[in-house]
Design a protein around this ligand. Structure first.
Ligand code: PDD
Length: 285
Protein backbone atom coordinates (compact mmCIF):
# COMPACT_ATOMS: atom_id res chain seq x y z
CA UNK A 1 0.00 0.00 0.00
CA UNK A 2 1.33 3.39 -0.95
CA UNK A 3 1.73 5.99 1.80
CA UNK A 4 1.24 9.65 0.92
CA UNK A 5 1.60 12.96 2.75
CA UNK A 6 -1.17 15.58 2.75
CA UNK A 7 -1.03 18.81 4.77
CA UNK A 8 1.16 17.49 7.56
CA UNK A 9 -0.27 13.97 7.79
CA UNK A 10 1.07 10.67 6.44
CA UNK A 11 -1.78 8.44 5.30
CA UNK A 12 -2.60 5.71 2.75
CA UNK A 13 -2.72 7.29 -0.72
CA UNK A 14 -6.32 6.24 -1.34
CA UNK A 15 -7.41 8.07 1.80
CA UNK A 16 -5.82 11.37 0.72
CA UNK A 17 -8.68 13.72 -0.23
CA UNK A 18 -8.47 17.26 -1.57
CA UNK A 19 -11.28 19.81 -1.90
CA UNK A 20 -12.65 20.26 -5.46
CA UNK A 21 -12.21 23.99 -4.80
CA UNK A 22 -8.46 23.49 -4.47
CA UNK A 23 -6.82 25.81 -7.00
CA UNK A 24 -4.51 23.01 -8.03
CA UNK A 25 -7.61 21.19 -9.28
CA UNK A 26 -9.53 24.18 -10.67
CA UNK A 27 -6.69 26.16 -12.25
CA UNK A 28 -3.58 23.95 -12.25
CA UNK A 29 -2.36 26.68 -9.87
CA UNK A 30 0.65 25.04 -8.28
CA UNK A 31 4.24 23.88 -8.48
CA UNK A 32 5.62 20.35 -8.35
CA UNK A 33 8.85 18.39 -8.24
CA UNK A 34 9.79 14.78 -8.89
CA UNK A 35 12.82 13.74 -6.82
CA UNK A 36 14.38 10.34 -7.61
CA UNK A 37 15.46 8.15 -4.73
CA UNK A 38 17.36 4.86 -4.85
CA UNK A 39 17.39 2.74 -1.66
CA UNK A 40 16.51 5.79 0.39
CA UNK A 41 19.22 7.97 -1.15
CA UNK A 42 17.81 11.15 -2.72
CA UNK A 43 19.35 12.38 -5.97
CA UNK A 44 19.77 16.14 -6.48
CA UNK A 45 17.62 16.99 -3.47
CA UNK A 46 19.05 20.49 -2.93
CA UNK A 47 18.72 21.39 -6.60
CA UNK A 48 15.11 20.19 -6.64
CA UNK A 49 14.32 22.27 -3.56
CA UNK A 50 16.00 25.35 -5.06
CA UNK A 51 13.86 24.97 -8.19
CA UNK A 52 10.73 24.48 -6.06
CA UNK A 53 11.59 27.67 -4.15
CA UNK A 54 12.11 29.59 -7.42
CA UNK A 55 8.80 28.26 -8.77
CA UNK A 56 6.85 29.20 -5.64
CA UNK A 57 8.36 32.68 -5.71
CA UNK A 58 7.69 32.91 -9.46
CA UNK A 59 3.96 32.41 -8.92
CA UNK A 60 3.76 34.13 -5.49
CA UNK A 61 2.85 31.17 -3.29
CA UNK A 62 4.12 31.62 0.25
CA UNK A 63 5.08 28.44 2.02
CA UNK A 64 7.36 28.73 5.00
CA UNK A 65 8.88 25.27 5.00
CA UNK A 66 12.53 24.76 5.84
CA UNK A 67 14.79 22.52 3.76
CA UNK A 68 14.98 20.22 6.78
CA UNK A 69 11.20 19.84 6.86
CA UNK A 70 11.13 18.86 3.16
CA UNK A 71 14.02 16.48 3.75
CA UNK A 72 12.26 14.78 6.65
CA UNK A 73 9.04 14.37 4.61
CA UNK A 74 11.03 12.87 1.72
CA UNK A 75 13.00 10.53 4.00
CA UNK A 76 9.80 9.39 5.73
CA UNK A 77 8.07 8.80 2.37
CA UNK A 78 10.99 6.61 1.30
CA UNK A 79 10.85 4.59 4.51
CA UNK A 80 7.06 4.23 4.50
CA UNK A 81 7.14 3.10 0.86
CA UNK A 82 9.81 0.46 1.22
CA UNK A 83 13.01 2.34 0.29
CA UNK A 84 13.13 0.96 -3.27
CA UNK A 85 13.60 2.89 -6.53
CA UNK A 86 11.15 5.71 -6.00
CA UNK A 87 10.07 8.95 -7.59
CA UNK A 88 8.95 11.34 -4.86
CA UNK A 89 6.21 13.61 -6.18
CA UNK A 90 6.00 16.89 -4.22
CA UNK A 91 3.21 19.33 -5.03
CA UNK A 92 2.30 22.70 -3.56
CA UNK A 93 -0.91 24.32 -4.77
CA UNK A 94 -2.29 27.74 -3.84
CA UNK A 95 -4.86 25.95 -1.67
CA UNK A 96 -8.65 25.74 -1.48
CA UNK A 97 -10.71 28.94 -1.38
CA UNK A 98 -14.48 28.93 -0.69
CA UNK A 99 -15.25 30.11 -4.22
CA UNK A 100 -13.90 29.97 -7.77
CA UNK A 101 -12.30 33.33 -8.52
CA UNK A 102 -9.19 33.88 -10.63
CA UNK A 103 -7.33 36.36 -8.38
CA UNK A 104 -5.12 34.94 -5.63
CA UNK A 105 -7.19 34.40 -2.46
CA UNK A 106 -6.07 35.91 0.84
CA UNK A 107 -5.62 33.93 4.03
CA UNK A 108 -5.72 30.55 2.30
CA UNK A 109 -3.02 28.03 3.20
CA UNK A 110 -1.25 26.23 0.36
CA UNK A 111 -2.01 22.53 -0.04
CA UNK A 112 1.07 20.28 0.21
CA UNK A 113 0.63 16.83 -1.28
CA UNK A 114 3.39 14.25 -1.72
CA UNK A 115 3.46 10.61 -2.70
CA UNK A 116 5.97 8.03 -3.90
CA UNK A 117 5.81 5.94 -7.05
CA UNK A 118 8.06 3.21 -8.37
CA UNK A 119 10.66 4.07 -11.00
CA UNK A 120 13.12 1.89 -12.91
CA UNK A 121 16.46 0.98 -11.39
CA UNK A 122 19.24 3.49 -11.88
CA UNK A 123 20.42 2.68 -15.43
CA UNK A 124 23.88 1.25 -15.97
CA UNK A 125 26.00 2.43 -18.88
CA UNK A 126 25.58 -0.82 -20.73
CA UNK A 127 24.48 -0.83 -24.35
CA UNK A 128 23.04 -4.31 -24.20
CA UNK A 129 20.70 -3.70 -21.26
CA UNK A 130 19.86 0.02 -21.58
CA UNK A 131 16.30 1.00 -22.37
CA UNK A 132 16.09 2.84 -25.69
CA UNK A 133 13.55 5.47 -26.72
CA UNK A 134 11.76 6.57 -29.86
CA UNK A 135 10.39 10.07 -30.32
CA UNK A 136 8.04 12.08 -32.47
CA UNK A 137 8.55 15.79 -33.11
CA UNK A 138 6.05 18.62 -32.98
CA UNK A 139 5.94 22.44 -32.76
CA UNK A 140 5.98 23.55 -29.13
CA UNK A 141 2.56 25.09 -28.45
CA UNK A 142 2.82 25.46 -24.67
CA UNK A 143 2.91 28.73 -22.72
CA UNK A 144 5.84 31.14 -22.49
CA UNK A 145 6.90 30.32 -18.94
CA UNK A 146 8.13 26.77 -19.43
CA UNK A 147 10.96 27.39 -16.93
CA UNK A 148 8.30 27.19 -14.16
CA UNK A 149 7.52 23.61 -13.12
CA UNK A 150 3.80 24.29 -13.03
CA UNK A 151 1.19 21.62 -12.36
CA UNK A 152 -0.75 23.09 -15.32
CA UNK A 153 0.56 20.45 -17.73
CA UNK A 154 -2.20 20.22 -20.35
CA UNK A 155 0.16 21.52 -23.06
CA UNK A 156 2.75 18.90 -22.10
CA UNK A 157 0.09 16.19 -21.90
CA UNK A 158 -1.18 16.94 -25.43
CA UNK A 159 2.35 16.94 -26.84
CA UNK A 160 3.22 13.71 -25.03
CA UNK A 161 0.03 12.09 -26.31
CA UNK A 162 1.00 12.99 -29.90
CA UNK A 163 4.14 10.85 -29.54
CA UNK A 164 2.26 8.13 -27.69
CA UNK A 165 -0.35 7.92 -30.47
CA UNK A 166 2.51 7.41 -32.93
CA UNK A 167 3.81 4.52 -30.82
CA UNK A 168 6.67 6.66 -29.46
CA UNK A 169 7.92 7.30 -25.93
CA UNK A 170 8.23 11.07 -26.10
CA UNK A 171 7.71 14.14 -28.29
CA UNK A 172 10.60 16.48 -29.02
CA UNK A 173 9.46 20.10 -29.35
CA UNK A 174 10.67 23.07 -31.42
CA UNK A 175 9.70 26.74 -31.49
CA UNK A 176 8.39 28.72 -34.47
CA UNK A 177 11.99 29.20 -35.67
CA UNK A 178 12.47 25.42 -35.77
CA UNK A 179 14.83 25.61 -32.80
CA UNK A 180 14.81 22.73 -30.31
CA UNK A 181 13.26 23.58 -26.93
CA UNK A 182 12.84 20.33 -24.93
CA UNK A 183 10.54 17.31 -24.90
CA UNK A 184 7.09 16.98 -23.29
CA UNK A 185 8.58 15.66 -20.02
CA UNK A 186 12.37 15.66 -20.62
CA UNK A 187 15.28 17.85 -21.68
CA UNK A 188 17.10 17.02 -24.91
CA UNK A 189 20.78 16.68 -25.88
CA UNK A 190 22.28 15.92 -29.29
CA UNK A 191 25.73 14.63 -30.24
CA UNK A 192 27.42 15.38 -33.58
CA UNK A 193 31.04 14.46 -34.29
CA UNK A 194 31.56 13.84 -30.56
CA UNK A 195 30.37 17.37 -29.61
CA UNK A 196 27.40 17.43 -27.21
CA UNK A 197 24.87 20.27 -27.48
CA UNK A 198 21.76 21.24 -25.57
CA UNK A 199 19.61 24.39 -25.71
CA UNK A 200 20.52 27.19 -23.28
CA UNK A 201 18.29 27.79 -20.25
CA UNK A 202 15.54 30.33 -20.91
CA UNK A 203 11.75 30.61 -20.64
CA UNK A 204 11.24 27.97 -23.37
CA UNK A 205 12.34 25.01 -21.28
CA UNK A 206 12.49 23.62 -17.79
CA UNK A 207 15.88 23.92 -16.06
CA UNK A 208 16.05 20.15 -15.64
CA UNK A 209 17.99 18.93 -12.63
CA UNK A 210 19.27 15.93 -14.61
CA UNK A 211 20.26 18.25 -17.49
CA UNK A 212 22.15 20.57 -15.16
CA UNK A 213 23.89 17.74 -13.28
CA UNK A 214 24.90 16.14 -16.57
CA UNK A 215 26.32 19.39 -18.00
CA UNK A 216 28.28 19.99 -14.81
CA UNK A 217 29.56 16.42 -14.53
CA UNK A 218 30.70 16.35 -18.18
CA UNK A 219 32.43 19.72 -17.82
CA UNK A 220 34.23 18.68 -14.64
CA UNK A 221 35.05 15.07 -15.33
CA UNK A 222 35.45 14.57 -19.09
CA UNK A 223 37.26 16.03 -22.05
CA UNK A 224 34.08 15.95 -24.08
CA UNK A 225 33.05 19.24 -25.60
CA UNK A 226 29.65 20.40 -24.37
CA UNK A 227 27.84 23.41 -25.74
CA UNK A 228 24.75 25.15 -24.36
CA UNK A 229 23.48 26.91 -27.46
CA UNK A 230 20.55 27.22 -29.84
CA UNK A 231 20.09 23.88 -31.61
CA UNK A 232 18.21 23.87 -34.91
CA UNK A 233 15.89 20.97 -35.76
CA UNK A 234 18.03 20.22 -38.86
CA UNK A 235 20.81 19.37 -36.41
CA UNK A 236 18.49 17.20 -34.32
CA UNK A 237 17.40 15.32 -37.44
CA UNK A 238 21.02 14.76 -38.50
CA UNK A 239 22.51 14.03 -35.08
CA UNK A 240 24.73 11.01 -34.40
CA UNK A 241 23.03 10.60 -31.02
CA UNK A 242 20.02 12.11 -29.25
CA UNK A 243 19.46 11.82 -25.49
CA UNK A 244 16.44 12.71 -23.37
CA UNK A 245 17.03 13.41 -19.69
CA UNK A 246 14.76 13.46 -16.67
CA UNK A 247 14.76 12.51 -13.01
CA UNK A 248 12.98 9.23 -13.67
CA UNK A 249 15.12 8.24 -16.71
CA UNK A 250 18.57 9.77 -16.17
CA UNK A 251 20.01 9.81 -19.73
CA UNK A 252 17.74 8.07 -22.20
CA UNK A 253 19.29 7.12 -25.56
CA UNK A 254 16.92 7.89 -28.47
CA UNK A 255 17.33 5.57 -31.42
CA UNK A 256 14.35 6.59 -33.58
CA UNK A 257 12.95 10.00 -34.49
CA UNK A 258 9.76 10.37 -36.55
CA UNK A 259 10.21 6.75 -37.65
CA UNK A 260 13.80 7.26 -38.90
CA UNK A 261 16.93 5.87 -37.19
CA UNK A 262 19.10 8.25 -35.16
CA UNK A 263 22.69 7.86 -36.42
CA UNK A 264 23.17 4.17 -37.11
CA UNK A 265 19.99 3.34 -35.19
CA UNK A 266 21.87 2.01 -32.17
CA UNK A 267 22.98 3.37 -28.80
CA UNK A 268 26.04 5.58 -29.29
CA UNK A 269 29.47 5.48 -27.65
CA UNK A 270 29.22 8.98 -26.24
CA UNK A 271 26.06 7.98 -24.38
CA UNK A 272 28.00 5.14 -22.72
CA UNK A 273 30.67 7.59 -21.56
CA UNK A 274 28.11 10.15 -20.37
CA UNK A 275 25.95 7.63 -18.49
CA UNK A 276 29.06 6.10 -16.90
CA UNK A 277 30.24 9.49 -15.61
CA UNK A 278 26.72 10.39 -14.49
CA UNK A 279 26.46 7.15 -12.49
CA UNK A 280 29.85 7.82 -10.90
CA UNK A 281 29.23 11.43 -9.89
CA UNK A 282 25.48 11.93 -9.53
CA UNK A 283 25.56 11.83 -5.71
CA UNK A 284 28.32 14.43 -5.48
CA UNK A 285 25.71 17.20 -5.43
N1 PDD B 1 9.47 15.74 -15.82
N2 PDD B 1 11.24 19.17 -19.10
C1 PDD B 1 9.98 18.91 -18.71
C2 PDD B 1 8.85 19.58 -19.40
C3 PDD B 1 9.74 18.03 -17.64
O1 PDD B 1 8.48 17.79 -17.23
C4 PDD B 1 10.84 17.39 -17.01
C5 PDD B 1 10.66 16.44 -15.86
C6 PDD B 1 12.14 17.69 -17.45
C7 PDD B 1 13.36 17.09 -16.80
O2 PDD B 1 13.58 17.67 -15.54
P1 PDD B 1 14.30 16.89 -14.35
O3 PDD B 1 15.61 16.45 -14.87
O4 PDD B 1 14.43 17.92 -13.29
O5 PDD B 1 13.43 15.74 -13.95
C8 PDD B 1 12.30 18.58 -18.50
C9 PDD B 1 9.12 15.07 -14.59
C10 PDD B 1 10.01 13.91 -14.27
C11 PDD B 1 7.63 14.70 -14.64
O6 PDD B 1 6.86 15.60 -14.94
O7 PDD B 1 7.27 13.58 -14.32
Amino acid sequence: MSIAFLNDIFLPLEQAKISPLDRGFLFGDGIYEVVPSYAGKLLGFNAHLDRMKDGLKGISIQLNWSREKWKSVCDELCIQNGNGNLGLYLQVSRGADNKRYHAFPENVDPTVFCFAFEIGASPSADKSSAKTFSVSTEEDLRWQRCHIKSTALLGNVLHFQHGYDNGDDETILYNDKHELTEAAACNVFIVKNCVISTPPLDNQLLPGITRNLLVDILQKHSNLEIQERIVHMDEVNNADEIWITSSTKEIGPVIKIDGRPVGNGMIGDIWVEAQKLFTQHKYDY
